[in-house]
Design a protein around this ligand. Structure first.
Ligand code: LLP
Length: 422
């Protein structure tokens, strides 16, 4: 069994659904991202079931994976989107997503991005500072329109996750301190070009336990009660994204576990009329993808065995950036009967930080195909062209059908827009 239900061994070869990964590597080359359509559907379904028929809007945190095919798949199920840039808004529109189901987060919204979001009539801006609030109000007034806003509050709770992906602590750059929120809502209520529609928080990512959510929720519900007392009424509550996935042996809370508790808290405070908005990213796509890579060379130093593969930190930066663990599966285990050896799986890039996995016991030969698991989220979207390496191709598998959803970048396209001085 692998960590991902739609990536399993059949006749000793790892498959994506009904399709052999060996065959995909032959047809499309490596490094190659492979996604499972049924895994996307299952992830979406787990949120649908968790909603228990109540008014819940899932705004997929599309920074996790923004390939148009994936956005379109979710859009067809009625998903909204959490965006953090004008570029992401353009992707939503290109993927036939509904801008009216878009929430716009991020601490640095620029004027053109605010204008584009107003033109597209998004659901709401998750406002992260007073300065941004005033800028949105000014732009909306100039355009003679009304901007729907929600404040992203920072509840100062510890999400118990990696410091780079923790966002709900006082020291993080995100959101408006919860103590300041009542004052900023009052200010917003005096600005005629704004319409207050909600409150929002997002406390971090790869959270496996629901208690930090419930701590944050408690503080948000106090805030909502306080606002109601001063006649500011909200129509939605956005609790952000952040639910974790299994990379190896984690047992993350499920959407149903989380929402059951959230509904209980809302009902206890007579706030069940509020629409609940969620912004899940990783849990929608993380285990719907793998990265295929081939072993180029095996190499030994005095103390280490290295398997040099054709994928690198430019394809998948999570290991080097967060010390993240991704399981590594041998797509078709070699027939040789040598004992396994302990390898670091490293890429060709000229950095010691260029590794994908460390200390893995494998029985490898040059030419072997490996699958780096749980590579559906924050993988391709964080890829770069460092060392002038074209970004990998992406395919989406649906049973026996295979769709190339992004061809491998062409080498020339990497520098075709650059100019030599006259
Ligand atoms: N909403 C907001 C405002 C966010 O900033 C994020 C992620 C999400 C939703 C989605 O969170 P998720 O459900 O995916 O945890 N690159 C890192 C993760 C960065 C998360 C950034 N914000 C990684 O590879 O672990």
């Amino acid at each position: 069994m692998t960590v991902a239900p739609h990536f399993q061994f059949k006749n000793d070869t790892l498959h994506a659904e009904e399709t052999s990964l060996e065959q995909l590597a032959k047809d499309f080359g490596t490094p190659l991202y492979v996604y499972s359509r049924h895994a996307l559907k299952d992830a979406w379904e787990s949120y649908r079931v968790a909603a228990q028929g109540r008014d819940v809007l899932v705004c997929y945190g599309m920074k996790a994976n923004s390939n148009l095919a994936i956005l379109n798949e979710f859009a067809q199920h009625g998903t909204g989107f959490d965006i953090v840039s004008g570029g992401e808004l353009a992707r939503v529109i290109a993927a036939k997503g509904d801008p009216k189901k878009v929430v716009f987060s991020g601490v640095g919204k620029q004027t053109w991005e605010i204008e584009a979001a107003l033109d597209a009539q998004i659901k709401c801006f998750n406002v992260e500072s007073e300065g941004e609030l005033l800028r949105i109000a000014e732009i909306a007034a100039r355009k003679n329109t009304i901007a729907p806003i929600s404040l992203r509050v920072n509840p100062d709770v510890d999400a118990h996750t990696h410091p780079y992906i923790s966002t709900g602590l006082k020291d993080n750059k995100f959101g408006i301190a919860i103590e300041d929120a009542p004052r900023v809502y009052q200010l917003a209520s005096t600005l005629a070009s704004l319409k207050i529609v909600g409150v929002d928080c997002h406390i971090g990512s790869q959270i496996t336990d629901i208690s930090p959510y419930l701590d944050a929720l408690d503080k948000l519900l106090d805030l909502i009660d306080g606002l109601a007392a001063s006649n500011i009424h909200l129509s939605h509550l956005d609790i952000g994204g952040g639910l974790g996935i299994r990379y190896t042996d984690e047992t993350p809370a499920t959407p149903t576990m989380l929402l059951t508790e959230v509904f209980r808290a809302l009902d206890a405070r007579n706030l069940s009329h509020l629409q609940l908005v969620l912004e899940p990213g990783r849990s929608m796509v993380g285990n719907a993808g793998v990265l295929l890579t081939r072993v180029e060379y095996l190499k030994q130093s005095e103390s280490k065995n290295f398997a040099v593969v054709d994928a690198a930190m430019n394809d998948l930066i999570r290991p080097t950036l967060y010390d993240a663990w991704h399981d590594v599966e041998h797509v078709s285990p070699s027939s040789n009967t040598q004992p396994r050896a302990r390898y670091d799986i490293v890429g060709p890039i000229c950095e010691s930080g260029d590794w994908l996995a460390r200390d893995r016991d494998l029985n490898l030969e040059p030419g072997d195909l490996l699958a780096i698991m749980s590579a559906g989220a924050y993988a391709f979207t964080m890829a770069s062209q460092y060392n002038t390496r074209p970004r990998a191709a992406e395919v989406l598998v649906d049973g026996h059908s295979v769709h190339l959803v992004r061809p491998r970048e062409k080498l020339e396209s990497l520098f075709e827009s650059e100019r030599i001085l006259p």
